[in-house]
Design a binder for this molecule. Structure first.
Ligand code: LHQ
Length: 263
C-alpha cells in the first residue's frame, strides 16, 4: 500500500515495514503545521495497522529535517511557541514514544532543531556519512524542545548533551557513531537498504516482546530498580504465556529460526 498524505509526508507500507518520509526537500523538510499534523496521523496509521512490525522515518532529498519552518514563524497569526509545542510538536514525540512498533531513523542528511529532536525520539538511528546533527535552538534564543532535553542526555550523557545544546556545534555522523547515538554509518546510497535490513530484522522478531522492550526501557529510565524488577516480572509473565514464546522454545529445540506470528 502507498498513500500520499498531503502536504509533505509520505507513508508507504510494504512487507511489514511502514516508511514515513518527510517530503519537502526544497526547504530541507522544514516542518510546517500541516506537516506536523500529518506526521502524527502517519504514526497513528502505522500504530493501528496490524501488518506493520517496524517503522522507518527518513527525509527526502539531501536533508533529514531542518526543524521548524522558520518562515512560517514570521506569520503574525502564527501560534505562540508554547502553543506550537503543546499542540503540534509534543503530540509527535508522544506518538513516537508510545508507538508499539520500533522506529528506525534513517538520517539521510542534516537533522537540525526539532529535526534533531525527531531523530533522538527514534528507537534506533542509522546515518548516512553526509548526515549531521545540530541543535540550532540557542542561536534562535530558544531552548532545545520536542523532547530533546529528555532524550539527548539519556542517549549521549549529560556532559555531551550540554556541550551540544550550549555550543550548537554540528555533530558529524562519524562522531555520532563514536558516541553511540547512531548504530551505523553508511553511504547515502546504501542508507535505504541498510534501514530496510534493520527494519526486516525487527519485523521478524516477536512483536509483543519488541513493544514491551521499548516500553520497559523507557519506563526504566524514570524508575528505581525495584519498580523496574517488578515491571519486568509482570511483562515476562504475560509474554511467557504467548504462542510466540512457545515458538521461540520450539525453534531452539528444533535448531531452526523462529517464525513469530504475534500470538
Ligand atoms: C529552511 C529551513 C527552515 C525554512 C533550511 N525553515 N526554510 C522552533 C520554533 C517554533 C516552535 C518550536 O520549536 C522550534 C524548534 C526548531 O526547530 S528551532 C530550529 C529551526 N531550524 C533551524 O534553525 C535550522 C535552519 N537551517 C539551517 O541552519 C541550515 O539551512 C542548515 C544548517 C539546516 C542547512 O544548511 P545548508 O545546507 O547551507 O542549506 P540552506 O541553508 O541553503 O537551506 C536550503 C533551503 O532550505 C533554503 O531555501 P532557499 O529558498 O534559500 O534555497 C533555506 O532557506 C531552506 N531552509 N532550513 N528551518
Amino acid at each position: 500500500m502507498s498513500s500520499a498524505i498531503e502536504p509533505a509526508i509520505r507513508l508507504e507500507v510494504a512487507d511489514a515495514i511502514a516508511t514515513i518520509t518527510l517530503d519537502r526537500p526544497e526547504a530541507l523538510n522544514a516542518l510546517t503545521i500541516p506537516m506536523k499534523r500529518q506526521l502524527v496521523a502517519a504514526f497513528e496509521t502505522a500504530r493501528i495497522d496490524r501488518t506493520v512490525r517496524a517503522v522507518i522515518l527518513t527525509g527526502a532529498g539531501r536533508a533529514f529535517c531542518a526543524g521548524q519552518d522558520l518562515r512560517e514563524r514570521l506569520d503574525p497569526a502564527a501560534p505562540s511557541l508554547g502553543e506550537e509545542l503543546r499542540d503540534h510538536y509534543n503530540p509527535i514525540i508522544r506518538a513516537m514514544r508510545a508507538l508499539p512498533q520500533p522506529i528506525i531513523g534513517a538520517i539521510n542528511g542534516v537533522a537540525a532543531g526539532a529535526g534533531a529532536s525527531l531523530a533522538f525520539a527514534c528507537d534506533l538511528r542509522i546515518a548516512a556519512d553526509t548526515a549531521s546533527f545540530v541543535l540550532a535552538f540557542g542561536r534562535l534564543g530558544l531552548v532545545p524542545d520536542s523532547g530533546a532535553t529528555w532524550t539527548l542526555p539519556r542517549l549521549v550523557g549529560p556532559a555531551k548533551a550540554a556541550e551540544l545544546a550550549l555550543l550548537d556545534e554540528p555533530l558529524s555522523a562519524a562522531e555520532a557513531l563514536r558516541l553511540g547515538l547512531v548504530t551505523s554509518v553508511v553511504t547515502a546510497d546504501a542508507l535505504p537498504g541498510e534501514a530496510r535490513a534493520v527494519a526486516n530484522r525487527l519485523a521478524t522478531a516477536a512483536p509483543a516482546a519488541v513493544a514491551e522492550t521499548k516500553r520497559l526501557m523507557a519506563a526504566g529510565q524514570a524508575s528505581d530498580l525495584e519498580t523496574a524488577l517488578a515491571a519486568e516480572a509482570e511483562a515476562q509473565d504475560r509474554l511467557g504465556r504467548s504462542t510466540d514464546h512457545d515458538e521461540g522454545l520450539a525453534a531452539f529445540v528444533e535448531k531452526r529460526p523462529p517464525r513469530f506470528t504475534g500470538g
